[in-house]
Ligand binder design. Structure first.
Ligand code: FAD
Length: 352
């Protein structure tokens, strides 16, 4: 590692994690638990501000019926349960930062993970549970939109935004779009909703409340309309142009644009870590969870092998399988066998 790297990344050279789990979806959360059960100190890195992966970001209220032993559980509750299950092991959790680079020190063999927040984490092994890559907001294809992002175009509402008295345009028709229209209508100067059809896919009750806001004029609806272009300067938008797809267009005065078109997966940096990749997935040995680089394991939706099933329960099984092999990699002289939790107890509770 060179001096330059040392200077831009903050790290604690005294903390070396036996396992660093990348990705805090259901499979990553269970990986943290399994690491704890195998008495391996663990850190977790998650790109999003919150844990839970697809379950939390895409369908928290939907019931899941195929988690063994749980006849029905909402995706959000499953994440809450998994978080509770791993909590006794007190993992070090870094949320809101993407693992961007992975290098390996020649002398020590340690992996050096660098995150988008400028953090450097030292790991003996890595367990990649990154789903299909980082979940990133779907960006509308508007020319020059990048120059406004984070200043007047936002894909999620920052806390303490201070948008009272502003002209706000919200694009989309899902839960985020509808819920934020309802919240911001109370304080904004104007709220315009741009949606490509008249029907909203948000929660029924929220849509009913939104209809009342349309009638009161506190929220103005533009449907069927889509985003066409932006005007503004130095990061600040002033006008959002929209069109109806049939030759009609309008220009809306705007201080803030909130495009809420959901999330998409981006394999991004994972593709540059020297791992075998097949069709945007990491190739693993299903018996061991090993990737093509010794010491790096992977589980969950991110992996591929013949007949791979992209299900939560499959990811859980892969984690259990991999974590046993990983412990054997860390302690080659130790016998690593199966220990039933009923016999072992919960090592997370031993310290307290
Ligand atoms: C609508 C819907 C319904 C579903 N219903 C079911 C069902 O009923 N049963 C079932 O078994 N499955 C279901 N699934 C599939 C299930 O959600 C996935 O199989 C599961 O989420 C995979 O878990 P994972 O932890 O591997 O990945 P994910 O849930 O995708 O989590 C991966 C996490 O890694 C993070 N990440 C990615 N790259 C990085 C990086 N470089 N650095 C840091 N963090 C990173 C991402 O932000 C994400 O939070 C459903 C999926 C959808 C979309």
């Amino acid at each position: 590692m060179n001096d330059h790297t040392q200077s831009i990344y903050s790290s604690d050279r005294n903390t070396i994690f036996p396992v660093v789990v990348l990705g805090g979806g259901p499979v990553g959360l269970f990986a943290v638990f399994m690491a704890g059960m195998m008495q391996l100190k663990c850190a977790l890195v998650e790109a999003l501000p919150q844990l839970g992966g697809q379950c939390q970001a895409l369908y928290p209220d939907k019931p899941i019926y195929d988690i063994p032993g749980m006849p029905e559980i909402s995706a959000g509750d499953l994440v809450a349960q998994l978080s509770q299950q791993m909590a006794p092991f007190k993992p070090t959790v870094f949320c809101g930062q993407t693992a961007e680079h992975v290098d390996q020190e020649e002398e020590s063999g340690l992996f050096v993970i660098r995150t988008s927040a400028g953090r450097m984490i030292l790991a003996q092994t890595i367990m990649i549970c990154c789903g299909a890559g980082a979940l990133v907001p779907k960006r509308p294809p508007l020319e020059g939109i990048e120059q406004f992002e984070g200043q007047s175009v936002f894909y999620s509402v920052p806390s303490g935004h201070g948008w009272a008295g502003k002209d706000i345009v919200i694009a989309g028709g899902g839960d985020s779009a509808v819920d934020w229209a309802l919240v911001l209508a109370g304080s904004a100067k104007s709220v315009h909703m741009v949606h490509r059809r008249a029907r909203f896919s948000a929660h029924e009750h929220s849509v009913a409340r939104l209809q009342e806001e349309f009638q009161s004029g506190r929220v103005q609806l533009h449907a069927p309309y889509q985003l066409l272009g932006l005007e503004g300067q130095v990061g600040q938008i002033s006008v959002v142009h929209v069109h109806d797809g049939a030759g009609g267009s309008k220009s809306l005065s705007a201080d803030i644009l909130l495009p809420f078109f959901g999330m998409q997966n981006d394999l991004g940096p994972l593709g540059r870590w020297g791992l075998d990749i097949d069709q945007q997935r990491i190739v693993t040995n299903p018996l061991t969870g090993q990737t093509s680089r010794a010491g790096i394991y992977a589980a969950g939706d991110i992996v591929t092998y013949p007949h791979k099933l992209k299900l939560i329960m499959t990811g859980f099984a892969e984690v259990a399988q991999s974590m046993h092999h990983l412990k054997g990699y860390l302690f080659p002289d130790q016998y690593v066998g199966v220990k039933h939790s009923t016999t072992l107890g919960n090592p997370g509770s031993w310290a307290s």
